[in-house]
Ligand binder design. Structure first.
Ligand code: SAM
Length: 226
């Protein structure tokens, strides 16, 4: 990108280029996902000091030592949910609110849960400002899901879990999908689970690196006794 300050046109151009070079070139092909990403101003979700990097092929730091995921991973996980429109989706790990906005372009209703009140509040304010009316954000331990709004057509976990939290599988509809990174604190594999009448089908997708899911069905806070 040229030098700051950037115009909205420059950000829009950078976003188009990102879609072409980072998503389509790597096999993201669901037209609804590509359209959703084209509509969400990612630069608004990153801290001001990183705005020039908003459309780069990388995760970026946000407050509270957390991250906004790499655009490709957001696209990949959204595509893996297989949304067609109108679904009820749960996101665990609101962070900046960017993934929630992408989901809300396709789904009917998005519920998103975040453990840091400050991040939840910032995301809520921004999403409201951008005109989203189908996203509800709550503060809490998302490793327990959000049982009051269950069951869900899709659940997406954007933090790394040591294993698949049982409450999330319980809160999925039959036919629903759960996309979640599972592994160590350092690196994980992205899994897709499909709930069927007879149980759960599990599919390994790609390697990934996420910040940890901290909670009763996740990791303990760093420094806590294991
Ligand atoms: N989806 C986010 C976005 O679009 O910006 C990125 C999420 S960031 C990689 C992971 C988020 O999960 C962090 O904001 C972190 O605070 C949150 N988190 C970690 N453990 C959690 C838990 N048990 N419940 C809810 N949120 C959690």
């Amino acid at each position: 990108m040229p030098m700051p300050p950037y115009s909205e046109e420059e950000f829009t151009r950078a976003r188009k280029e990102m879609i072409r070079e980072q998503l389509i070139a790597r096999g993201i092909e669901d037209p609804q996902v590509l359209l959703a990403i084209s509509k969400v101003p990612r630069h608004r979700f990153v801290p001001l000091r990183y705005r020039a990097k908003a459309y780069q092929d990388r995760a970026l730091p946000i407050e509270k030592g957390q991250t906004i995921s790499q655009p490709y991973i957001v696209a990949f996980m959204t595509q893996a949910l297989g949304l067609r429109g109108g679904e009820t989706v749960l996101e665990v790990g609101t962070g900046s609110g960017y993934q929630a906005a992408v989901l809300a372009q396709i789904a009917g209703q998005v519920y998103s849960i975040e453990r840091y009140p400050e991040l939840a509040e910032q995301a809520r304010t921004l999403l409201q400002e951008l005109g989203y009316t189908n996203i509800e954000i709550r503060v809490g331990d998302g490793s327990q899901g959000w049982p009051e709004q269950a069951p869900y057509d899709g659940i997406i976990v954007t933090a790394a879990a040591p294993e698949v939290p049982a409450p999330l599988v319980e809160q999925l509809k039959v036919g629903g999908r759960l996309v979640i990174p599972v592994g160590s604190r350092q690196e994980q594999v992205l899994y897709r689970l499909r709930k069927t009448e007879d149980g759960v089908q599990t599919e390994r997708m790609i390697g990934c690196v996420f910040v940890p899911l901290i909670g009763t069905c996740g990791w303990q806070e760093e420094g806590d006794p294991e």
